[in-house]
Design a protein around this ligand. Structure first.
Ligand code: ZN
Ligand code: ZN
Length: 305
């Protein structure tokens, strides 16, 4: 498998002189297999625009390429590039768009169409000429054919959000954007009138089990691309419940899951290149978590697990 990062930010694109090195586009990752007529894309943030342009210049002149998009969820930073993905305007394109089913009573297709109404964009979804299939996923295992197996796992985020585990040719690539550690929802503290000893103990147990299940999902991955929007200090002081993970928690989780290479992803849009360089010095130093390699995602980064 070959991976290329086209967008590594969370929340909103942040182009400008302070984000040149790591890039300002939101989530989009390309995954290539040995089959040159097939392409997997994880998330359709603003980075997918450049990927689409790259496909137009390099892939599509040789013929159509079967394209499968896997959306972690439909928050805007993960779908905003879709209307600018030029291959979807070609009648020769076969496109499958996968994403989590949701509890809001709206299909995945309707959620994607929502940003392509006249109020927000001049072109409607129905004008996309490609043959597009929308496929809603739940937790489970799917045979994607051609030797690719996909496992999916719900993450802890304000809307339905899926982590992915792709297995191909003996290699494993996992993604977890966006997610927050599970917390004890009944830990009111002994001084709080609503405190219930039994509920607090039960809540602690459940949160622990949920975090362990996610860790198990990543077990032995050759590559794990994980939400790391905040530092632990930022998370503990003001970001609890925002749906994201600290760098430290991502590293500890990956280390326990015996991941070989962790890529820290979904950088906060406020983070400048020099701040990210500093975080890399601290958290990506060799040997910090045994043999596990740790890298900060940046636009253009290519990896071959
Ligand atoms: Zn996000
Ligand atoms: Zn999100």
């Amino acid at each position: 498998m070959k991976i290329k990062f086209w967008g590594v930010r969370g929340s909103i694109p942040c182009p400008g002189p302070l984000t040149v090195k790591y890039g300002g586009n939101t989530a989009c990752i390309e995954l290539r297999l040995n089959d040159p007529e097939r392409l997997i894309i994880i998330d359709a943030g603003s980075g997918i625009r450049e990927l689409g342009n790259h496909m137009m210049a390099h892939d599509l002149p040789r013929g159509p390429i079967r394209t499968e998009i896997f959306l972690s969820h439909t928050h805007w930073d993960h779908i905003m590039g879709f209307p600018f993905f030029v291959p979807s305007y070609l009648p020769t394109t076969k496109l499958k768009v996968h994403g989590p089913f949701n509890l809001e009573g709206e299909s995945l297709e309707e959620a994607m169409a929502g940003q392509m109404t006249y109020r927000y964009f001049p072109i409607r979804k129905d004008w996309l000429a490609a043959d597009i299939n929308y496929i809603e996923l739940k937790e489970g295992q799917i045979d994607l054919k051609g030797g690719v197996t996909l496992r999916t796992k719900y993450l802890n985020h304000p809307i339905m959000c899926l982590g992915y585990r792709f297995e191909y040719n003996g290699k494993v690539v996992c993604t977890a954007h966006d997610t927050e550690p599970y917390r004890n929802l009944f830990a009111a503290g002994p001084d709080d009138p609503s405190h219930d000893e039994t509920m607090a103990a039960e809540g602690e147990l459940i949160a622990g089990e949920q975090n362990k299940a996610l860790e198990d999902f990543f077990t032995g991955a050759d590559l794990l691309i994980h939400d790391a929007q905040y530092t632990r200090e930022e998370y503990e002081t003001s970001k609890k419940g925002w749906g994201h993970t600290s760098i430290e928690h991502a590293c500890e989780t990956a280390s326990r899951a015996q991941v070989k290479h962790l890529v820290l992803f979904h950088h906060d849009p406020m983070r400048t290149d020099s701040q990210l360089d500093r975080l890399a010095e601290i958290h990506c130093a060799p040997g910090r978590y045994g043999d596990m390699k740790i890298t900060l995602a940046r636009e253009g980064l290519e990896l071959e697990p």
